[in-house]
Design a protein around this ligand. Structure first.
Ligand SMILES: [Zn+2]
Length: 427
């Protein structure tokens, strides 16, 4: 079966311009990309993308699908639908489910359910330690064999340095990456907001930046010692950026990611103590940290943008800031947020944003997708860069709608998402 996407605007990296192209998709791959003009599409299905952006599908290497075990928040099917609506064609899901993804059969459960859904590509991470308790390593070889793409105890930091070093050495021997949620528990102790203006104003205990950066510092040293590919999750502090930049400069195999909310919001934006949709982990840091992660992303210290899509039910989030769980949903707002605030304002080129959401995650995790070129998988996202509307959480396809971005007027909404040549979502 053949599909033509005609008249769409494709970013040309060489000249930094959008160019009108026709794209032919056949057998799930991009068969050809030609200059727009008169064309005979024969009996093929045709999508007219005139006036719209056509990009390689977005890739999100840090998401929580909550399945198995927390299906009241999200499941693999609804999470996949939500991702597709956000323009994502590949997502990598975290193992802090119930049971934790720490056994081959749980990896297989995720892969089978995702395949059955037949929407986006779902790549499972497996846990570093059994039940993410930090006490005993999982069976890395068996988990790799089952289809896990890396190891992480996301949700918590691995507290013990020797445990992390053993994990890295084992992962290295299997040519697998270690992905770290960096957080030293002894420095956090029950706080939920960052140490800054907000915590001072409200007289609450703050989370210091060192709680994250101390693990980054430890782990880049361990990565240097073991030679593993070490990937830092959701970088949020100036200190972490500085350490990763230094480690990269001396050739340590370290990569890193940053979330839209850490690029766009600081602790000073939190409206008060009533709304737990501003509670996430890592917390919103100071304006100085926001500036540092933006600069880190711009100079390549931080390699990619991820959403850390973290659905929670309205009841859970209504428990008040102290008791509510950490996290916000991210799929359905990520691109419009970043396009509106960074590209439409002239701070970034469109090409830069697309690269950090497609090519760069593909490069870091050695994925075949992430490129719009002949021969690549036909994972494509069509975006209406002109359409403008307010974020309405009641329209989310996710089971959850915990976001601080409700009501934000944004442009650049995805309209069609294609995975392996199949339309998986269309407005
Ligand atoms: Zn995390």
């Amino acid at each position: 079966m053949s599909l033509w996407i005609i008249n769409g605007n494709v970013w040309n990296e060489e000249n930094g311009k959008l160019e009108q192209k026709h794209i032919r998709v056949s057998d799930g791959r991009i068969a050809e990309v030609v200059d727009a003009g008169v064309i005979d599409t024969g009996s093929a299905e045709v999508i007219d993308a005139a006036g719209k952006l056509v990009s390689a599908g977005f890739i999100d290497m840090h998401v929580h699908l909550r399945d198995p075990g927390f299906e009241h928040k999200e499941d693999i099917v609804t999470g996949s639908r939500s991702a597709a609506k956000g323009g994502f064609t590949t997502i990598a899901c975290m193992p802090n489910t119930r049971p934790v993804i720490d056994k081959p059969e749980t990896v297989k459960y995720v892969l089978d359910k995702a395949a059955e859904a037949g929407l986006v590509k779902v790549l499972p991470y497996a846990a570093i330690t059994k039940n993410e308790l930090g006490r005993e390593l999982t069976d890395f070889a068996a988990l790799k064999e089952a289809g896990a793409i890396g190891f992480t105890d996301d949700g918590v930091g691995v507290q013990n340095a020797q445990m992390m070093k053993n994990a890295m050495a084992l992962a290295k021997s299997l040519d697998m990456p270690v992905i770290a949620h960096c957080e030293d528990d002894s420095l956090v102790e029950g706080a939920w907001a960052s140490e800054g203006e907000f915590s001072r104003k409200h007289g609450i205990k703050g989370i210091p930046n060192e709680s994250e950066a101390i693990h980054v510092g430890r782990d880049v040293l361990l990565a240097e010692a073991t030679g593993v590919h070490y990937h830092v999750c959701h970088v949020s502090t100036e200190q972490s950026v500085r350490l990763i930049r230094l480690a990269k400069s001396i050739g340590v195999s370290v990569t890193a990611e940053v979330c839209p909310h850490h690029l766009l919001l600081s602790d000073e934006d939190i409206p008060g103590l009533d709304d737990a949709n501003w509670k996430m982990n890592p917390p919103l840091r100071t304006p100085r940290d926001v500036q540092a992660v933006i600069e880190g992303l711009e100079d390549g210290t931080l390699d990619m943008i991820v959403t850390d899509h973290a659905p929670h039910s309205a009841e859970e989030k209504a428990r008040g800031v102290d008791l509510a769980p950490f996290g916000i949903v991210g799929f359905e707002t990520a691109f419009p947020l970043l396009y509106t605030k960074f590209v439409a304002t002239g701070k970034w080129t469109l090409g830069f944003l697309l690269k950090r959401m497609t090519q760069d995650p593909a490069r870091v995790f050695r994925l075949e997708t992430g490129r719009l070129e002949q021969g690549a998988p036909a994972d494509l996202t069509i975006v209406d860069l002109e359409s403008e509307r307010a974020v309405d959480p009641s329209t989310f396809l996710s089971k959850s709608s915990n976001t601080p971005f409700g009501g934000w007027e944004l442009k650049g909404w995805p309209v069609t998402t294609i995975v392996d040549g199949k339309i998986v979502w269309s407005e």
